[in-house]
Design a protein around this ligand. Structure first.
Ligand code: NAP
Length: 263
């Protein structure tokens, strides 16, 4: 089942929005974009409208406003929107990689008659390059009165074969601190070590190089947002430090045992 054509306004037309929009255009949705930088030429190439004027963008009667800004800039961006110019109740959706933070901001700032859907597509331009089949899509219907618009939006992902995972924003942040944040942190550590492929790579090492490369492709704003705006991430960073210390001590202890056996 494909979704009904929606008018989708995107705020923050960076790498992730540009990736999502290709599928939305293919599915026949009408897309308009607004961003801090000027994307007029790119939008012309894609055959969609770019609004440099935020008021005109808000007034353009979108069924859905999709927030695709960086985690760190969302607060500033959402608080500066001229929301009194909204012409109709609108479904606001975010795709940020943390979930409690945008949920709290949207509930605090948006008009009460606007619906709120928090989502996190658990993939990006690399992992979703050849399609979205079997890739996870997390969502939380935080405040939804217009079920038709919400389910049409979700259908964008369901119809591409995504694994639709409904859970609370809190559950998401706890799980993703343990998985995505740890992956990004390890990838950044490996990048800091400047690891590179060797002529005798094991399969395991090839995977580590991939983790390093994929972490390096995402912006530092994204990575630091995963830490600053996910209350569960601090514990994971401590776990990584503790685990590293424990392993180091185990190695030192074993080395000392071996040394004393040989002497
Ligand atoms: N990349 C992924 O694989 C992925 C996957 C799932 C979810 N996400 C989420 O999608 C969102 C966008 O990610 P991204 O990969 O495109 O890169 P990002 O670096 O997290 O965000 C880039 C976007 O944020 C905007 N922005 C940054 N600072 C700003 C500021 N001070 N004021 C206004 N706008 C600002 C940029 O606007 P301009 O371009 O106009 O400068 C651009 O649209 C993030 O929240 C991320 O967590 C990303």
């Amino acid at each position: 089942m494909s979704s009904l054509p929606l008018k989708i306004g995107i705020i923050g037309f960076g790498p992730f929005a540009q990736f999502l929009v290709k599928t939305m255009i293919k599915q026949g949705h009408s897309i308009r974009a607004n961003s801090r930088s000027d994307y007029t030429d790119l939008c012309n190439q894609l055959g969609i409208s770019f609004f440099s004027d935020t008021t005109a963008f808000i007034e353009s009667q979108n069924d859905v406003i999709l927030l695709c800004t960086s985690i760190l800039s969302l607060s500033k961006v959402i608080k500066s929107l001229p929301l009194d110019c909204l012409k109709q109740p609108t479904l606001f959706v975010d795709v940020l990689s943390v979930k409690e933070h945008p949920r709290d901001l949207m509930l605090q700032v948006l008009p009460r008659d606007s619906d709120v859907l928090c989502t996190h597509p658990m993939f990006g331009p690399e992992s979703g390059r050849d399609g979205w089949k079997d890739l996870s899509f997390m969502y939380d219907k935080v405040r939804v009165t217009n079920e038709a618009t919400c389910s049409s939006f979700l259908q964008i992902f369901a119809s591409e074969g995504c694994k639709m995972m409904e859970m609370t924003c809190e559950e998401h942040d706890e799980l993703s601190a343990r998985s995505q944040f740890v992956t990004h942190t390890v990838g950044r550590v490996l990048a800091e070590m400047e690891i590179e492929s060797t002529p005798i790579d094991t399969k395991g090492f090839q995977k580590l190089v991939q983790v390093k490369e994929s972490a390096s492709r995402d912006s530092f704003d994204l990575f630091s947002g995963l830490f600053i705006h996910n209350r569960f991430a601090k514990q994971q960073l401590m776990n990584i430090e503790l685990a590293f210390e424990t392993i180091k001590q185990q190695l030192v202890k074993k080395t000392n045992e071996e040394d004393s056996e040989q002497s």
